[in-house]
Write a protein that binds this ligand. Structure first.
Ligand code: SF4
Ligand code: ZN
Length: 304
């Protein structure tokens, strides 16, 4: 198999793009794709200060590496959820790339904000760990971004994640969720702009990128992950893609264009007004934000 661009030995075949590429031409292709996503959806530009949420996994580490290599002003941020071995290993991978490549990375622990680890917090408020995880990470990441003057918060969600989420939202006709599914969520009062520069890049392309760039990432899954429905949807999309290469990209791109044209206008009319949390100032629909409610509950339990 020969590289379609330089005719050297190819290392990867991308049926969705009808391409076979060598290592060097694949990296050019990868950066071009990320750059197209950034420009097509107007995510950010070279003047922005970008905070990249890194988990130690391949997608987020590849995103940090790619943005810095492409000349963007990007800084990684790792939130240690203190979930035992998995968190220790994830943190090690982040510290390793930061040290070896000189990448700037901010490291914070959930205890700095809540006083306890994520599993203990979940136990104290009697909620499943996963139901707290997303809310707490979003809160802390937004707070760091706002406090430290970042204009954008970027996450490593890839094309497969977005297609699985889209399929699930369509199957249940969750119109409000569909209206908010976008590679760009603009800044609002108290909320930083959120972007997904890898939304048009597949998981397979990300694995190849990490191998070629020598990025060491955490392989194991979070101990609380128990085969969510999104894995099932990813499997279905994989079958469709195998029969009809390029479907995932068409599915996602077509949706974003359609949604931006029609769905956003419908949902804006019903947009709920956010106020500020009376404890911490975070935008919320009620007097006290979810994060402060959890924090108060933990403090009450400690005093009992
Ligand atoms: Fe958080 Fe792990 Fe649950 Fe994912 S599986 S939401 S990382 S606790
Ligand atoms: Zn609050």
């Amino acid at each position: 198999m020969k590289c379609k661009v330089c005719k050297g030995p190819a290392v990867i075949r991308l049926r969705s793009h009808n391409l076979a590429l060598c290592e060097s031409c694949f990296l050019d292709f990868f950066y071009r794709q990320v750059s197209r996503t950034i420009k097509r959806y107007r995510l950010f530009d070279k003047g922005d200060k970008i905070l990249v949420g890194v988990s130690g996994g391949k997608d987020s580490l590849a995103l940090l590496d790619a943005l810095i290599t492409m000349g963007y002003n990007a800084v990684g941020v790792f939130i240690d959820l203190e979930m035992g071995y998995h968190s220790v290993e994830s943190k090690e991978k982040v510290e390793k790339i930061a040290k070896e490549r000189g990448y700037p990375v901010i490291i914070r622990s959930i205890s700095d904000y809540l006083g306890v680890s994520l599993p203990v917090a979940a136990q104290e408020v009697k909620r499943p760990v996963c139901s707290l995880c997303g809310m707490i990470k979003r809160y802390i990441l937004n707070r760091i971004a706002m406090d430290e003057g970042f204009s954008v918060l970027a996450t490593g969600h890839n094309l497969d994640d977005e297609c699985a989420r889209l399929l699930g939202n369509i199957l249940d006709w969750r119109v409000d969720f569909l209206a908010r599914q976008d590679p760009l969520l603009d800044e609002e009062e108290g909320l930083v702009r959120k972007v997904k520069p890898l939304a048009r890049t597949s998981e397979r392309e990300l694995t190849a990128y990490c191998i070629i760039r020598g990025i060491d990432y955490v392989q194991g899954r979070c101990p609380y992950a128990n085969k969510p429905t999104s894995y099932f949807y990813k499997g279905i999309m994989f079958q469709i893609e195998r029969k009809m290469p390029g479907t995932k990209l068409r599915f996602y791109q077509g949706f974003v264009e359609f949604k931006r044209e029609y769905l956003t206008a419908c949902s804006n009319t019903e947009k709920q007004e956010l106020t500020r949390c009376e404890r911490c100032g975070y935008p919320t629909l009620s007097n006290v934000c979810n994060f402060c409610r959890v924090k108060e509950r933990i403090e009450q339990r400690r005093d009992e």
